[in-house]
Design a protein around this ligand. Structure first.
Ligand code: PLP
Length: 315
């Protein structure tokens, strides 16, 4: 016999465990909401097909860091995915600022998302979908915790291959993460804390939420192929140009990364973060290297640079 669910949910079904949600403020469908109330339809293509693009920018000491670059990448992704937003750049800046301002966070992780949305007729044609914009601000989070930042992360190289750039353009920041999540589980099984996965040619690509650099004989290298052009990665290039360090984007083999003098990862979620062990073996002497430390210091100093930061106005 067919069973029908009650039309009105019970009190228990309405109960939202707020401990599951970080304190923060979201914007969706024209409204600002507490994080626990920001929900999308299960029919949204963003949920059903990962048909979405997004960007994450952070706020540090009350200022956005390199917001212009994040907006540029976000708008480019939207264009490449043939989506359309009802808001221009200025309005998005105002929405992001309001989310952070209302949340009160002085250090925040701020995400802007555009999903394909869904069509009012449940059409299978993506052109019929009404694209949806969502933004939120929650407390700042990092790939590496305090202890890991001090002693360096322990990383494992997984055999998992990152989705090919001909399938999903990595220039479009996306939620195709099944490869990265598989890499993480592989890494945990190998006793490591996070993972690096491979590109389609078997070289090092990137990890769950970060790019990677090696330092060898004073020069830096980061993979060029099949990776998200990270804003923190770009910042490392800018910092290297400023202090006269050589940095290039080119293939890195598994053997090369293990023989490096220093290795670090880069992400908006944590900045520049040292790696001191790969596949259970120490990188050089197993301590955080001097080039990494110097770049980490410069990176955080730059958060007060007027050209690279945008102040949030708190209510
Ligand atoms: N690579 C992937 C797959 C990512 O998801 C991210 C960030 O989320 C990065 C690299 C680092 O990019 P960014 O420095 O812009 O945060």
């Amino acid at each position: 016999m067919t069973q029908f669910l009650p039309v009105r949910p019970t009190v228990d079904e309405c109960y939202v465990d707020r401990r599951l949600y970080p304190h923060g403020v979201a914007f969706m469908d024209g409204q600002y909401l507490p994080m626990s109330e920001a929900k999308i339809s299960v029919l949204d293509w963003g949920f059903l097909h990962s048909d979405a693009t997004y960007d994450t920018v952070h706020v540090w000491n009350g200022k956005f860091f390199r917001l212009d670059l994040h907006l540029e990448r976000f708008f480019r992704g939207i264009e490449l995915l043939r989506m359309r937003l009802p808001y221009d750049r200025e309005k998005i800046v105002s929405i992001l600022t309001t989310c952070v301002g209302l949340s009160g966070h002085k250090s925040a992780y701020v995400e802007m998302i555009c999903t394909r949305g869904s069509s009012p007729t449940f059409s299978r044609d993506p052109r019929h979908a009404e694209n949806r914009f969502i933004a939120f601000a929650v407390p700042f989070g990092s790939v590496a915790n305090k202890e890991q930042l001090e002693r360096g992360l322990h990383v494992a190289i997984s055999e998992t291959v990152r989705i090919p750039p001909k399938s999903v353009d990595p220039e479009i920041k996306n939620y195709h993460w099944l490869d990265l999540v598989k890499g993480l589980f592989d890494a945990y099984e190998m006793g490591a804390e996070t993972a690096l996965i491979l590109d389609t040619n078997g070289h090092i690509a990137e990890g769950p939420g970060f790019n990677v650099f090696l330092v060898k004989d004073g020069s830096l290298r980061t993979p060029a192929f099949g990776v998200l052009p990270g804003i923190t990665r770009r910042t490392v290039f800018d910092l290297c140009a400023e202090v006269g360090l050589s940095a290039t984007a080119a293939d890195i083999s598994r053997a090369e990364i293990k023989r490096a003098d220093e290795v670090f990862i880069t992400s908006t979620a944590g900045g520049i973060m040292p790696v001191t062990r790969i596949d259970g073996a120490a990188i050089a002497n197993g301590r955080v290297g001097s080039v990494t430390r110097r770049l980490m210091d410069l990176y955080w100093q730059k958060h007060d640079e007027p050209l690279w930061s945008t102040a949030v106005i708190y209510p």
